[in-house]
Design a protein around this ligand. Structure first.
Ligand SMILES: Cc1ncc(COP(=O)(O)O)c(C=O)c1O
Length: 397
């Protein structure tokens, strides 16, 4: 058996299930579940209709590269969104469809990581989305956790990393906008990181699945492709961006996304994927073209999350110190005490389900950045989010 299986940690939602199994919520109040980052808004009708119209696609095997129309819709979306140069992101060279970012984040490790090499590390932020760790371990790598301290808004202090670590790096996962803190990498942070990648010959994989859910309409988060363009790195050397329709278009069940960037990495990933067997079904491709070609529903989504943040912060700020993230739909709250206990109490006393910060982080170098934090996914209707905020206050006080 793959020895990595023994090293995997329980997934955060399995750990949460244990908390729920050990107690019961009060009968008097309805459960509010803000633990999962699953949009509750309906999948836009144009996407559903497109899926239905193309359903006869189930009668055909899809190709690994997907149709040219699909890749064109992805490249024109990304070119516009990230202000890329004309014909920089070529549908034939720089883009591949994937079955959601989770699948791609996992399988890219199988493509990039070489066992028995001096490059034994895969870097990931801490706190983090647990697929990065599992993907690294199951590929035979040793995860290296870059601590993101609270005083740096949970973004790692990359400059403090010793050279000997960079030398052993095979590739790194970056999450921007981040889950759970909603933080966004700056151009300067990318400058440093990519200078290390060039110096020590490793790759940068940026998970951008929250890139379209941002607070300020005038300041969409910087993407790695955009950083490359601005830095004159015209063919995105060493860099891949991962995008998804799950959060952007309320379509987590569509399993649709894409990876874009360095053509050499794309070609190797393509080769891997011809065996991997995650080609996007034809009807999903059609629905995805519709989704990437429409911004109206995405703007409406941003309005929805902005209103949720406004309403919840309005309640919480009276009593606790909490700030609005730059992007994403998570509130990452400092509860100033044991986060697991707070989550247990929230569930058993109020029926509110949220994730303990420690389920999303590891202790490293004496620091566990998830300690005393909880994560609330503000995906439910506004009234439920407001009620959740009051329940949280009732426990914290
Ligand atoms: C940071 C992060 N990356 C990737 C994913 C997976 O999303 P997808 O539905 O695109 O596979 C999630 C899902 O919650 C996530 O939080």
């Amino acid at each position: 058996m793959n020895p990595g299986l023994e090293k995997l940690q329980l997934y955060p939602f399995q750990r949460l299930a244990q908390i729920k199994a050990n107690s019961s919520p009060p009968k008097s109040s309805a459960i509010i579940d803000l633990s999962i980052g699953e949009p509750q808004l309906e999948t836009p009708h144009i996407i559903q209709e497109s899926l239905k119209r193309a359903i006869s696609g189930v009668g055909k095997y899809p190709s690994t590269r997907g149709t040219l129309r699909l890749r064109e819709s992805m490249s024109s979306w990304a070119t516009k969104r990230f202000n890329l140069g004309k014909e920089q992101l070529l549908p034939d060279r720089n883009i591949l469809p994937v079955s959601g970012t989770r699948e791609a984040l996992f399988s890219i490790a199988q493509t990039l990581f070489a066992t028995n090499s001096a490059k034994s590390l895969v870097g990931l932020p801490n706190p983090f989305y647990q697929i990065y760790e599992g993907a690294a371990i199951l590929a035979g790598a040793t995860p290296y956790y870059f601590n993101g301290p609270a005083h740096n808004n949970f973004i790692p202090l990359f400059e403090d990393t010793p050279e000997k670590i960079w030398r052993k790096m095979s590739f790194m996962y970056i999450c921007s906008p981040g889950n759970p803190a909603g933080n966004v990498m700056t151009s300067q942070q990318y400058d440093y990181l990519i200078s290390m990648a060039d110096k020590h010959n490793f790759f940068i994989i940026v998970d951008e699945c929250y890139s379209e859910l941002y607070g300020n309409e005038q300041e969409p988060p910087l993407g790695i492709l955009e950083w490359c363009h601005l830095s004159g790195r015209s063919s995105f050397q060493r860099c891949l961006a991962m995008h998804s329709l799950s959060k952007r278009s309320n379509s987590p069940g569509l399993r649709s996304g894409f990876v874009a960037g360095d053509p050499d990495l794309i070609e190797k990933f393509f080769m891997y994927r011809t065996y991997h067997g995650s080609a996007m079904p034809l009807h999903v491709q059609e629905a995805s073209i519709t989704a990437w070609s429409d911004e109206e529903h995405v703007i409406a989504n941003r309005d929805f999350y902005r209103e949720n943040f406004d309403a919840v912060l309005n309640v919480l700020r009276e009593k606790i110190d909490v700030s609005r993230p730059t992007a994403g739909f998570y509130l990452w709250v400092d509860v100033l005490s044991d986060d697991i206990k707070v989550c247990e109490q929230l569930y058993s006393h109020t029926g509110l389900i949220v994730l303990p910060g420690q389920f999303l982080s590891r202790k490293n170098d004496g620091l566990n950045p998830g300690t005393n934090r909880i994560r609330l996914a503000l995906v439910a209707p506004k009234e439920q989010c407001i009620e959740a905020a009051y329940r949280l206050l009732s426990i914290l006080s």
